[in-house]
Design a protein around this ligand. Structure first.
Ligand code: ATP
Length: 235
């Protein structure tokens, strides 16, 4: 579905991505693991058109994404859940979601998307009239994912959705991500929470200082002693 081939990307003289190739197959959850500064966010920026690679190609189905604007890429169906849960604190939950549907001109379609988001996140439905700024961290994360879903993505990009959340909420969020995937959305997940991310993923990539050093089926990676030692805290 999405292919990155031999991508090189720089910030000035900093060589952030070095010959990165990866593939996200339709219907999968693919996880990208790596330490702080490995280049994970940079890969997301390259996919969503916020950063132009100096070398390499990106294709989405039969379309080339190279040189496309971020707006066009959203229209193709690649949507990132806003980083750091950037919800609008003074708007209600429902208003935040309605704003999320900016690619949908058809009101009926937008209303359908809203119902779908509420079906994934009943907690958001219960709080639809509440100001987003009063939600808990976990609920704000749900709202951010819900906002991305309002655009009916084919491929959903998630940048560390579990960051800073309590374990029980993380469990909830991961099981909702799995459900979103079951219902047909392909997911690319960037995570530090390796064990949990791998437990819901089909395939995983490991990035180290801008290079893909390993990839394979998530279950194999999860049980690989060397990987466990380096990335999963040895558990
Ligand atoms: P984190 O988990 O900390 O977000 P990451 O794996 O997402 O890490 P990136 O944010 O992609 O890593 O950063 C990759 C490299 O590029 C790092 O060395 C970082 O310092 C550098 N970098 C990132 N953004 C910029 C920028 N705007 N200007 C210069 N260098 C940057």
């Amino acid at each position: 579905m999405l292919k990155l081939e031999n991508i090189d990307a720089y910030y000035g003289y900093i060589h952030a991505l070095k010959d990165v190739s990866l593939e996200i197959k339709e219907g999968n959850i693919v996880t990208l693991l790596g330490a702080n500064g490995a280049g994970k966010t940079t890969i997301l920026k390259v996919i969503s058109g916020l950063m132009k690679p100096q070398k390499g190609g990106i294709t989405f189905g039969d379309k080339s994404l190279t040189g496309q604007s971020p707006e066009k890429i959203v229209k193709f169906g690649i949507v990132q859940s806003p980083e750091g849960r950037q919800v609008f604190p003074e708007l209600t939950v429902k208003e935040n979601l309605q704003i999320g549907a900016y690619t949908q001109k058809d009101r009926k379609e937008a209303a359908k998307s809203l119902e779908k988001v509420f079906a994934y996140f009943p907690r958001l439905k219960e709080r639809e009239k509440q100001d987003a700024g009063t939600l808990s961290g976990g609920e704000q994360q749900m709202l951010a994912i819900g906002r991305a879903l309002m655009n009916k993505p084919k491929l959903l990009l998630l940048d560390e959705p579990s960051l800073g959340l309590a374990p029980l909420i993380v469990k909830d969020i991961f099981s909702i991500i799995r459900e979103i995937n079951r219902q047909g959305t392909t997911v690319f997940l960037v995570e530090q929470n390796a064990n949990q991310a791998l437990s819901i993923s089909h395939h995983a990539y490991i990035l180290e200082t801008g290079k893909v050093i390993h990839h394979g089926p998530a279950q194999l990676i999860r049980n690989d002693p060397k990987i466990k030692q380096a990335y999963l805290g040895g558990h």
